[in-house]
Design a protein around this ligand. Structure first.
Ligand code: SF4
Length: 328
């Protein structure tokens, strides 16, 4: 590992001030950054430890929403009784990620900012536009079984590895930040980006800004929301595909629905077209199949990941059917 300097800061402004130096990165749980440093993918000159910043609270908001500090651990958040009652998909997503030890260490902010697990991104001997802009993309002709089928670009077919982000997508969460112009906030739908011609950028977070928290707006139907993840082994594995869903069925008709997919795109993929196809329609398998087909019509799989299209379709139907039966 390349030698680096280390500082610990106690104030957000002090953290920001360190970012004027090139080659500076923030450290929270370190469960992704330290791996990337060992691999030579991240080679910072200065590591700024932000664990003393005041972002460790989980608060119920007066409007029925919830604010979660960026330094809350994944374990603490997953176990929070209020979250489990009112936004269970978020807890389920967290519990499906990593191992217990990693969840104890990993933070909410770090989870949202983790880098792709594309094997070529993590291998500095291979061509990767995300790690080295303009170098090419070894995954396109290589091992892309786990990579994107939606919203990719010729430059990059990486997927976002966060389970949490997929659950937050159906909650229309806001990501709170602190940057050179003070506090700011992004809708989760504007926080992440498609790779386009700039795959080196995972998010629209300005350089040097801190993620300070996440706000979940009130959403009554989130109380029955769920998260289901398909992966190659039962635990401690990234998703092959995942679905977060919330469903409100009244008199057999889909009154409202929220649906998002994980591990299929460079960002948590909110299934807007599928949602539109379901609202006002009978809550039946036929409707769910048609909705999934509508969403997946834009899929552009490659040689080895075409299986994800029927996988996501089947997962969508299975999750919504189970939720519908639970409603009856
Ligand atoms: Fe790099 Fe993206 Fe290609 Fe993976 S898919 S090798 S991250 S450019």
């Amino acid at each position: 590992m390349k030698p680096f300097a280390y500082e610990r800061v106690g104030e957000p402004a002090a953290a920001l001030a360190t970012m004027v130096r090139p080659g500076t990165v923030y450290l929270a749980g370190g469960t992704n950054l330290v791996d990337l440093m060992k691999l030579g993918v991240a080679c910072p000159d200065l590591v700024v430890d932000v664990n003393d910043l005041p972002y460790r609270d989980i608060e119920a908001l007066p409007d029925g929403g919830m604010r979660i500090g960026a330094l809350v651990s994944n374990s603490d958040l997953a176990a929070d009784r209020d979250l489990r009652t009112r936004f269970p998909a978020v807890s389920l997503a967290l519990l499906s990620g990593a191992s217990g030890q990693l969840r104890n260490r990993a933070t909410v902010g770090g989870n949202l900012l983790q880098r792709t697990r594309c094997r070529y991104f993590q291998d500095v001997t291979k061509a990767c536009n995300k790690r080295d802009p303009g170098a090419g993309c070894a995954a396109r002709e290589g091992d892309h079984r786990d990579l994107a089928i939606l919203g990719s670009s010729p430059q990059c077919i990486a997927t976002n590895p966060s389970d949490l982000a997929v659950a937050l997508s159906i909650m229309d969460a806001s990501i709170e930040t602190y940057g050179p112009h003070g506090p700011d906030s992004f809708s989760i739908h504007d926080f992440y980006r498609r790779p386009g011609e700039r795959p080196e950028r995972d998010t629209n977070l300005p350089h040097g800004s801190l993620v300070t928290g996440v706000v979940l707006p009130p959403l009554p139907m989130a109380a029955t929301s769920t998260y289901r993840k398909v992966r190659d082994r039962a635990s401690f594995a990234f998703a092959t595909a995942s679905v977060a869903a919330a469903l409100d069925v009244r008199d057999g008709i889909v009154h409202d629905v929220r649906l998002a997919y994980g591990a299929v795109a460079h960002l948590p993929w909110r299934a807007w077209a599928a949602e539109r196809a379901m609202r006002g329609a009978p809550a039946t398998v036929d409707t769910f199949e048609r909705a999934a087909d509508e969403e997946l019509a834009g899929a552009r799989p490659l040689r080895d990941n075409a299986f994800k299209v029927p996988l996501v379709r089947n997962l969508t139907v299975a999750v919504l059917r189970k939720m519908t039966e639970a409603n009856w």
